[in-house]
Design a protein around this ligand. Structure first.
Ligand code: ATP
Length: 607
């Protein structure tokens, strides 16, 4: 395991140095640098395994020559040719196994090494990178592109050399046995190939279009399934059924059209190939009949066989060229991540070993790339260790931006943030974040057990610590009631938890890290009053003794804060204790009055 990790790191560093401006083929060799020997062995076994393909016409020709002129040949020659052919066929079992073994060793290792290098890079990239690249795109790079590179390898290292070898052997043997016939091949093979390409062109174009239509339809169906609860809630079942039906009919008609074209084009190209094969047979037979160019009965079989191999191999090479192009594109596409310069600059910065939790914001401005207005303007604030700051403001006021600046996901466009007197820009953020816990609005739990979810990101928390965190998060009771307690799987394949339960797991996850700094983004969605009071109690416990920044939506949380900071379009408009702000009669007092009026209404309608 350790070996493969350092392997992926080495690959990442090497690729970063070598990717830019290099031909993708060189990058491919770089990806396989540890496995070139396996690739070479696999190619060798592939060629041997395929030997019956190019041996068959030669053996057949020999046998026919022997039987058509018995007086000139010894009987054992028949047996010898038969035995050579049998051996060439039987060797397929071990050589096929060895070819697959070596290729699998090389490609599977490359696949996991490349994915590991990509993941390593993704973990280093800054948040800005993620704004510019959708999850879907990254997923496709991690899965589809790596697969295309694997496919490219098998085409470049197995298929292409073998097809080229078949062509070479066909030309050499023909050149030795019937040199004059090379001219015939030179004229007819390219002609056959061109005709076949022309005939199959509409077929491949339409197949590709149909594939795109199929993908669109699949995406639509997935979306439709996801929407079923909403569709049902709106009573729109029949509209949805009709809409889907129309799409299915459209696809069905397109597919039927392609089937018809496939039938005609497929048959026409097959006939063309056979007609040219027939032409080769007749021409060589005429020469044999007249005894010209030294063509014997056996040569007729040999020439016809090689004509087939030549045309098939050239056609196959032409067919895989676009796939090879796509494979090279995939290498470039993966390179966009591997050599992406948007990484969080932690290298060589001060390692944080202790955090007291004092923050100073010095005229901090932040503007998102391509945004017209700044999200935060001239934000100045001094926070003492252990203080709880409630951040209040309307939607879009800049609350999440502030939290992201504190985490270090964003860097101020102007101004500075100091942690315990040290500029955040000079610190290794990864070490700083070990002292930080974030409980976000949307509780993100992953597929795994309750325990795994709580322990996420904490190395070496003991049994007692785990138990304490669960108790402090008011989660003991409901976890005990789960079918397998702490070992109960959650997520798609496990139990579904309520909003309040998910929050308490998230809080236990935050508590177990025993953070010095706590960032809370309070959920706007209302919980039932029992869950709400449970969570409230836990939050208070969580905030105690740590510097806390809480994006507050609930009055109960705001009341508990030492200071309230009111944001409006990125600026601090008011700050102070609850009483000071109420006395101010400003924006906060207005919001507060609104909330006070709203609360009893919400409660009474809920009861
Ligand atoms: N990735 C982004 N790119 C460009 N502009 C952004 C981005 N994220 C936020 N903004 C803008 O920055 C401003 C502040 O947004 P922010 O998310 O910090 O507000 P908020 O107070 O947290 O809002 P909410 O309560 O709705 O979450 C808004 O005008 C928003 O449109």
């Amino acid at each position: 395991m350790k070996h493969s990790l350092s392997d992926s790191e080495q690959l990442l560093r090497l690729t970063i140095q070598n990717y830019r401006g290099k031909h993708p083929f060189r990058t491919l060799l770089l990806l396989y640098r540890r496995d070139l020997r396996n690739i070479g062995l696999s190619m060798l076994f592939y060629v041997i395994k395929h030997s019956p393909e190019w041996l068959r016409p030669l053996i057949l020709a020999n046998i026919i020559d022997i039987v058509s002129a018995p007086s000139q040949h010894a009987f054992w020659e028949l047996w010898l040719n038969g035995a050579i052919f049998a051996v060439s066929v039987v060797q397929n079992i071990p050589t096929h196994y060895l070819y697959v073994r070596f290729m699998s060793l090389a490609t599977r290792r490359m696949e996991s090494r490349l994915r590991a290098a990509l993941i390593r890079r993704l973990q280093e990239l800054s948040l800005e990178f993620y704004w510019q690249n959708s999850t879907g795109l990254l997923q496709s790079k991690l899965l589809r592109d790596v697969e295309s590179i694997q496919l490219l390898s098998s085409q470049l290292f197995e298929f292409l050399p073998s097809a080229l070898l078949t062509i070479l052997i066909a030309l050499i043997v023909t050149g030795i046995r019937v040199p004059g016939f090379l001219l015939f091949f030179l004229a007819t093979v390219p002609l056959t190939v061109i005709l076949m390409r022309v005939l199959t062109k509409p077929l491949s174009d339409r197949n590709q279009k149909l594939r795109q239509q199929y993908e669109t339809m699949s995406a639509y169906l997935v979306e439709m399934v996801k929407l079923i609860p909403i569709t049902r809630a709106h009573g729109a079942e029949s509209t949805e059924i009709d809409r889907t039906h129309n799409k299915l009919i459209l696809f069905q008609e397109a597919a039927m059209r392609v089937d018809r074209i496939n039938a005609i084009a497929g048959a026409a190209s097959w006939v063309t190939l056979r007609l040219f094969g027939c032409l080769c047979l007749i021409v060589s037979a005429v020469f044999a009949y007249k005894g010209q160019f030294g063509v014997t009965a056996g040569s007729v079989v040999l020439l016809t066989g090689y004509f087939d191999s030549l045309t098939t191999s050239v056609l196959q090479i032409l067919a895989v060229l676009p796939q090879i192009g796509r494979g090279f594109d995939a290498i470039r596409s993966v390179g966009e991540i591997l050599e992406c310069p948007q990484i969080e600059p932690n290298h060589g910065k001060i390692l944080v070993t202790e955090v007291r939790g004092a923050f100073t914001f010095e005229s901090v401005d932040f503007t998102y790339p391509y945004a017209e207005k700044p999200a935060l303007v001239d934000f100045s604030l001094t926070v003492s260790p252990g203080e709880t700051i409630a951040i209040v403001g309307a939607s879009g006021a800049g609350k999440s931006t502030l939290l992201n600046l504190i985490i270090g996901f964003l860097r101020p466009s102007a101004g500075r943030i100091f942690l315990d007197g040290r500029d955040l820009n000079t610190l290794d953020l990864r070490t700083y974040r070990r002292f930080l816990s974030v409980v976000s609005q949307e509780t993100i739990l992953f597929e795994g057990t309750v325990e795994e979810n709580i322990l996420y990101g904490t190395a070496g928390a003991g049994e007692a610590q785990l138990k304490q965190a669960i108790e402090d998060a008011n989660a003991l009771e409901f976890i005990d009631e789960l079918p397998q307690g702490l070992n109960t799987p959650i997520g798609e394949n496990g139990v579904r938890l309520s909003g309040g339960q998910r929050q308490r797991i998230a809080i236990a996850r935050a508590l177990i890290r025993n953070p010095r700094v706590l960032l809370l983004d309070e959920a706007t969605a209302s919980l039932d009053s029992a869950s709400e009071s449970l969570i409230q109690e836990v939050l208070e416990r969580l905030m105690g003794g740590r510097t806390t920044f809480v994006v507050a939506h609930r009055l109960s949380t705001i009341r508990k804060a030492d200071r309230i900071v009111v944001l409006e379009t990125g600026r601090i408009v008011e700050s102070g204790s609850l009483q000071q702000l109420l006395d101010n009669q400003g924006l906060f007092a207005r919001l507060y009055a609104l909330q006070m009026r709203k609360l009893p209404l919400v409660r009474s309608s809920g009861e």
